[in-house]
Design a protein around this ligand. Structure first.
Ligand code: FE2
Ligand code: FE2
Length: 290
């Protein structure tokens, strides 16, 4: 099923003042560690892909493409700003989180010195990894998110939902950018190594520094998630390497798209994920500054 919602920039704010962001998921702290590693990376990764795609799109005179890139970039910017807010408390609390933040800055500082053609290819692969992560999460939504803080879980789910919504834009830019497509295999490998590697090692570093590290059941869960994510991600990445592939051919998981349709543009809020379709509690206002 494809998304019915029209992509728009949703500058949603979240309120973490009542929670410890390193422990937003008391039932599955090991899941929170992996998610928090991703959150630490986003304020470095997403500005890089925004710059790469914007600079590639400037070469195109396709007005529709440039319009889609504007919406896409607005969504990505809202994502990394929301993660940066979330990370503030995390970085203040944890030496490991600060170390990971420095590693993320180094990685994307280095990638920033690569060519624009490579950058567009990397961004297209980055979006496939994001789509696969969203599909993996939705397939086990309740298993992963039940018992978590609603506001923090809604941050991650909103981000993933918009990754589904705008899954094809970076790919379109890559195709429209001369010389970019030949970098796609290298961009795919680089995106896989850095995104999955960072999530794996960063998540493990955060987990090892937590008091839950000696629980074998939590380790078993981590291993199971690793294999199940690989099961979703690797075939998607492999199919994306074929010549005729386009992300719009991928089937969207349905719940996230439905949830986004409940966005209120007046208050810039979504229902917290547990209240989707019920008209009850919403993500906190006021909205982020533009
Ligand atoms: Fe994003
Ligand atoms: Fe994205």
């Amino acid at each position: 099923m494809q998304s019915n919602s029209t992509p728009v920039v949703r500058r949603i704010s979240f309120d973490y003042s009542n929670i410890d962001v390193s422990a937003w998921h008391p039932r599955l702290p090991e899941f929170a560690c992996g998610a928090n590693a991703i959150s630490i990376l986003m304020p470095h990764a997403e500005p890089y892909v925004i710059r790469a795609v914007r600079s590639a799109a400037r070469q195109s005179d396709d007005r529709d493409l440039r319009h889609n890139v504007d919406i896409w970039a607005g969504q990505e910017a809202a994502h990394f700003r929301a993660h940066r807010n979330f990370n503030e408390q995390l970085l203040a609390q944890s030496r490991v989180a600060r170390l990971l933040d420095r590693v993320g800055r180094r990685i994307f500082g280095w990638l920033g010195s690569r060519s624009p053609a490579f950058g567009a290819a990397f961004a297209a692969a980055f979006e496939i990894v994001a789509f696969a992560s969203a599909r993996w999460t939705e397939e086990r939504l309740t298993d992963l998110m039940a018992g978590a803080d609603d506001e923090a879980a809604s941050l991650y789910l909103w981000h993933l939902a918009e990754e589904i919504e705008h899954k094809g834009v970076a790919h379109d830019v890559m195709v429209a950018t001369e010389g970019s497509r030949r970098f796609y295999p290298l961009g795919t490998l680089t995106a896989f190594v850095f995104l999955i590697g960072f999530t794996l090692f960063g998540g493990l570093a955060l987990f090892v520094s937590s008091r839950h590290v000696f629980n074998p059941i939590r380790w078993m869960r981590l291993i199971g998630w690793g294999f199940s994510l690989a099961w979703v991600l690797l075939p998607l990445l492999a199919s994306s390497l074929t010549r005729d592939f386009h992300p719009e051919s991928l089937v969207d998981p349905p719940w996230m798209a439905q949830w986004l349709m409940e966005f209120d543009p007046v208050t810039n809020t979504l229902p917290v994920w547990t209240q989707a379709g019920m008209g009850l509690g919403r993500t906190s206002a006021p909205p982020l500054a533009a």
